[in-house]
Ligand binder design. Structure first.
Ligand SMILES: Nc1ncnc2c1ncn2[C@@H]1O[C@H](COP(=O)(O)OP(=O)(O)OP(=O)(O)O)[C@@H](O)[C@H]1O
Ligand SMILES: [Mg+2]
Length: 218
Protein backbone atom coordinates (compact mmCIF):
# COMPACT_ATOMS: atom_id res chain seq x y z
CA UNK A 1 0.00 0.00 0.00
CA UNK A 2 3.00 2.34 0.00
CA UNK A 3 3.89 4.66 -2.81
CA UNK A 4 1.94 6.83 -5.17
CA UNK A 5 -0.78 5.24 -7.23
CA UNK A 6 -2.38 7.07 -10.15
CA UNK A 7 -5.30 4.94 -11.27
CA UNK A 8 -7.22 5.41 -14.53
CA UNK A 9 -7.18 9.16 -14.23
CA UNK A 10 -9.06 11.16 -16.85
CA UNK A 11 -9.69 14.87 -16.96
CA UNK A 12 -12.15 16.74 -19.11
CA UNK A 13 -12.43 20.49 -18.95
CA UNK A 14 -15.89 21.76 -19.86
CA UNK A 15 -15.63 25.07 -21.65
CA UNK A 16 -18.00 28.02 -21.36
CA UNK A 17 -18.96 27.71 -25.05
CA UNK A 18 -20.36 24.23 -24.44
CA UNK A 19 -17.31 22.42 -25.82
CA UNK A 20 -14.88 20.33 -23.83
CA UNK A 21 -11.18 19.47 -23.77
CA UNK A 22 -10.19 15.93 -22.91
CA UNK A 23 -6.88 16.83 -21.25
CA UNK A 24 -6.08 13.36 -19.88
CA UNK A 25 -7.38 9.95 -20.71
CA UNK A 26 -6.98 6.86 -18.58
CA UNK A 27 -3.59 7.51 -17.04
CA UNK A 28 -2.25 4.88 -14.64
CA UNK A 29 1.16 5.11 -12.99
CA UNK A 30 2.50 3.27 -9.95
CA UNK A 31 5.42 4.86 -8.16
CA UNK A 32 7.37 3.16 -5.40
CA UNK A 33 8.66 5.30 -2.52
CA UNK A 34 11.97 6.83 -3.52
CA UNK A 35 11.45 6.56 -7.26
CA UNK A 36 12.30 9.46 -9.55
CA UNK A 37 10.00 9.62 -12.54
CA UNK A 38 10.45 12.05 -15.40
CA UNK A 39 7.48 12.92 -17.55
CA UNK A 40 8.19 14.18 -21.02
CA UNK A 41 5.68 15.33 -23.60
CA UNK A 42 4.76 18.11 -26.01
CA UNK A 43 3.07 21.30 -24.90
CA UNK A 44 -0.59 20.77 -24.11
CA UNK A 45 -0.47 17.02 -23.53
CA UNK A 46 -1.70 17.37 -19.96
CA UNK A 47 1.48 17.26 -17.87
CA UNK A 48 0.59 20.17 -15.60
CA UNK A 49 -2.99 18.93 -15.36
CA UNK A 50 -1.70 15.56 -14.17
CA UNK A 51 0.55 17.17 -11.54
CA UNK A 52 -2.28 19.44 -10.39
CA UNK A 53 -4.47 16.38 -9.91
CA UNK A 54 -1.76 14.56 -7.92
CA UNK A 55 -1.20 17.73 -5.86
CA UNK A 56 -4.94 17.86 -5.18
CA UNK A 57 -5.48 21.26 -6.79
CA UNK A 58 -7.83 19.68 -9.34
CA UNK A 59 -10.27 16.79 -8.96
CA UNK A 60 -10.12 14.37 -11.90
CA UNK A 61 -13.31 13.60 -13.80
CA UNK A 62 -12.52 9.89 -13.47
CA UNK A 63 -10.02 7.76 -11.62
CA UNK A 64 -8.22 8.31 -8.36
CA UNK A 65 -4.91 9.05 -6.67
CA UNK A 66 -3.72 7.24 -3.56
CA UNK A 67 -0.60 8.00 -1.56
CA UNK A 68 0.55 5.35 0.92
CA UNK A 69 -2.89 3.80 0.81
CA UNK A 70 -4.76 7.06 1.46
CA UNK A 71 -7.01 8.53 -1.17
CA UNK A 72 -6.11 12.07 -2.24
CA UNK A 73 -9.01 14.54 -1.99
CA UNK A 74 -7.18 17.86 -1.91
CA UNK A 75 -3.81 19.47 -1.29
CA UNK A 76 -1.70 18.24 1.62
CA UNK A 77 1.79 18.81 3.04
CA UNK A 78 2.86 15.27 2.15
CA UNK A 79 2.76 16.31 -1.51
CA UNK A 80 5.00 19.29 -2.25
CA UNK A 81 4.94 21.23 -5.49
CA UNK A 82 7.73 23.21 -7.14
CA UNK A 83 6.27 25.37 -9.88
CA UNK A 84 7.88 26.45 -13.12
CA UNK A 85 8.58 29.96 -11.83
CA UNK A 86 7.25 32.87 -9.86
CA UNK A 87 5.56 30.98 -7.07
CA UNK A 88 7.43 32.46 -4.12
CA UNK A 89 5.66 34.78 -1.70
CA UNK A 90 6.93 38.16 -2.89
CA UNK A 91 6.08 39.89 0.38
CA UNK A 92 8.26 37.54 2.41
CA UNK A 93 12.02 37.33 2.46
CA UNK A 94 13.97 34.14 1.74
CA UNK A 95 13.93 32.93 5.33
CA UNK A 96 10.20 33.53 5.69
CA UNK A 97 9.45 31.76 2.42
CA UNK A 98 11.35 28.64 3.47
CA UNK A 99 9.88 28.76 6.98
CA UNK A 100 6.30 29.14 5.75
CA UNK A 101 5.31 25.46 6.07
CA UNK A 102 6.80 24.98 9.55
CA UNK A 103 5.14 28.25 10.65
CA UNK A 104 1.76 27.03 9.40
CA UNK A 105 2.31 23.86 11.41
CA UNK A 106 2.76 26.05 14.48
CA UNK A 107 6.41 25.15 14.97
CA UNK A 108 8.33 27.16 17.58
CA UNK A 109 10.83 29.78 16.39
CA UNK A 110 13.99 27.87 17.30
CA UNK A 111 13.37 24.51 15.57
CA UNK A 112 11.91 26.44 12.64
CA UNK A 113 15.10 28.53 12.32
CA UNK A 114 17.18 25.34 12.45
CA UNK A 115 15.22 23.77 9.61
CA UNK A 116 15.41 26.96 7.56
CA UNK A 117 19.17 27.32 8.09
CA UNK A 118 19.78 23.70 7.24
CA UNK A 119 17.75 23.86 4.03
CA UNK A 120 19.35 27.13 2.97
CA UNK A 121 22.71 25.40 3.42
CA UNK A 122 21.50 22.51 1.30
CA UNK A 123 20.54 24.82 -1.57
CA UNK A 124 23.58 27.06 -1.02
CA UNK A 125 21.72 30.24 -0.05
CA UNK A 126 22.49 30.75 3.62
CA UNK A 127 24.00 34.17 2.99
CA UNK A 128 20.82 35.28 1.25
CA UNK A 129 18.34 34.46 3.95
CA UNK A 130 17.36 38.06 4.67
CA UNK A 131 17.06 39.06 1.03
CA UNK A 132 13.78 39.90 -0.63
CA UNK A 133 12.59 37.67 -3.47
CA UNK A 134 13.15 40.40 -6.09
CA UNK A 135 16.82 40.61 -5.10
CA UNK A 136 17.42 37.01 -6.23
CA UNK A 137 18.21 35.65 -9.66
CA UNK A 138 15.84 33.16 -11.29
CA UNK A 139 18.03 30.22 -10.34
CA UNK A 140 18.23 31.38 -6.73
CA UNK A 141 14.47 31.77 -6.62
CA UNK A 142 14.02 28.20 -7.79
CA UNK A 143 16.42 27.02 -5.09
CA UNK A 144 14.33 28.88 -2.49
CA UNK A 145 11.21 27.24 -3.93
CA UNK A 146 12.88 23.84 -3.57
CA UNK A 147 13.90 24.59 0.02
CA UNK A 148 10.40 25.83 0.84
CA UNK A 149 8.97 22.60 -0.53
CA UNK A 150 11.45 20.45 1.45
CA UNK A 151 10.63 22.31 4.68
CA UNK A 152 7.24 20.58 4.70
CA UNK A 153 8.96 17.19 4.64
CA UNK A 154 6.82 15.94 1.80
CA UNK A 155 6.80 12.25 0.84
CA UNK A 156 6.38 13.21 -2.78
CA UNK A 157 7.85 16.20 -4.60
CA UNK A 158 6.05 17.32 -7.75
CA UNK A 159 8.11 19.47 -10.06
CA UNK A 160 6.53 21.20 -13.03
CA UNK A 161 9.46 22.15 -15.27
CA UNK A 162 11.23 23.70 -12.31
CA UNK A 163 14.35 24.41 -14.34
CA UNK A 164 12.63 25.48 -17.55
CA UNK A 165 13.27 29.19 -17.15
CA UNK A 166 16.97 28.89 -16.28
CA UNK A 167 20.00 29.39 -18.48
CA UNK A 168 21.96 26.29 -19.54
CA UNK A 169 24.73 26.57 -16.95
CA UNK A 170 22.45 27.29 -13.99
CA UNK A 171 20.19 24.54 -15.20
CA UNK A 172 23.03 22.02 -15.16
CA UNK A 173 23.94 23.01 -11.62
CA UNK A 174 20.34 22.71 -10.49
CA UNK A 175 20.02 19.28 -12.11
CA UNK A 176 22.98 18.21 -10.00
CA UNK A 177 21.26 19.62 -6.90
CA UNK A 178 17.99 17.79 -7.63
CA UNK A 179 19.89 14.54 -8.15
CA UNK A 180 21.87 15.03 -4.95
CA UNK A 181 18.71 15.79 -2.95
CA UNK A 182 16.98 12.78 -4.35
CA UNK A 183 19.87 10.49 -3.44
CA UNK A 184 20.24 11.97 0.04
CA UNK A 185 16.58 12.22 1.03
CA UNK A 186 15.13 9.22 -0.79
CA UNK A 187 12.00 11.24 -1.68
CA UNK A 188 9.63 10.19 -4.41
CA UNK A 189 9.92 12.75 -7.19
CA UNK A 190 7.81 13.39 -10.27
CA UNK A 191 9.64 15.76 -12.58
CA UNK A 192 8.09 17.27 -15.65
CA UNK A 193 10.42 18.50 -18.31
CA UNK A 194 10.52 19.50 -21.96
CA UNK A 195 14.15 18.48 -22.23
CA UNK A 196 14.89 14.97 -23.42
CA UNK A 197 18.40 15.30 -22.06
CA UNK A 198 17.16 16.32 -18.62
CA UNK A 199 14.59 13.53 -18.54
CA UNK A 200 17.29 10.97 -19.29
CA UNK A 201 19.79 12.48 -16.89
CA UNK A 202 17.44 12.73 -13.91
CA UNK A 203 14.77 10.13 -14.41
CA UNK A 204 15.09 6.66 -13.06
CA UNK A 205 11.94 5.98 -15.01
CA UNK A 206 10.71 7.96 -17.97
CA UNK A 207 7.19 8.37 -19.26
CA UNK A 208 6.49 9.96 -22.61
CA UNK A 209 3.02 11.46 -23.04
CA UNK A 210 1.10 12.13 -26.23
CA UNK A 211 -1.51 14.89 -26.72
CA UNK A 212 -5.23 15.06 -27.51
CA UNK A 213 -6.21 13.35 -25.39
CA UNK A 214 -3.24 13.33 -23.03
CA UNK A 215 -2.13 9.76 -22.47
CA UNK A 216 0.95 7.69 -21.84
CA UNK A 217 2.65 7.02 -25.14
CA UNK A 218 5.58 5.01 -23.87
N1 LIG B 1 -8.54 25.11 -16.61
C1 LIG B 1 -8.58 24.71 -17.87
N2 LIG B 1 -9.67 24.90 -18.61
C2 LIG B 1 -9.75 24.48 -19.89
N3 LIG B 1 -8.75 23.81 -20.52
C3 LIG B 1 -7.64 23.58 -19.82
C4 LIG B 1 -7.47 24.02 -18.46
N4 LIG B 1 -6.24 23.64 -18.04
C5 LIG B 1 -5.67 22.99 -19.07
N5 LIG B 1 -6.51 22.95 -20.13
C6 LIG B 1 -6.24 22.30 -21.43
O1 LIG B 1 -5.79 20.99 -21.16
C7 LIG B 1 -4.74 20.62 -22.02
C8 LIG B 1 -3.51 20.24 -21.20
O2 LIG B 1 -2.99 21.39 -20.55
P1 LIG B 1 -1.70 21.31 -19.60
O3 LIG B 1 -1.49 22.65 -19.04
O4 LIG B 1 -1.88 20.18 -18.66
O5 LIG B 1 -0.57 20.95 -20.66
P2 LIG B 1 1.01 20.76 -20.47
O6 LIG B 1 1.34 19.39 -20.96
O7 LIG B 1 1.37 21.09 -19.07
O8 LIG B 1 1.60 21.84 -21.47
P3 LIG B 1 2.93 22.73 -21.36
O9 LIG B 1 4.06 21.80 -21.67
O10 LIG B 1 2.74 23.76 -22.41
O11 LIG B 1 3.00 23.30 -19.98
C9 LIG B 1 -4.51 21.81 -22.94
O12 LIG B 1 -5.20 21.57 -24.14
C10 LIG B 1 -5.14 22.97 -22.19
O13 LIG B 1 -5.65 23.92 -23.07
MG1 LIG C 1 2.56 22.60 -18.21
Amino acid sequence: MTGLKIENVSMRFDLPDGGAVQALKDISIDLQPGELLSVLGPSGCGKTTLLNIVAGFLAPTAGQITLNGKRVHGPGPERGMVFQQGALFEWMNVRENVGFGPRMKGMAAKPKAEIVNHLLDVVGLRDFKDKAVYELSGGMQQRVALARCLANEPDVILMDEPLGALDALTREKMQGLVLKLWKETGKTIVLITHSVEEALLLGERLIVMAPRPGRIHK
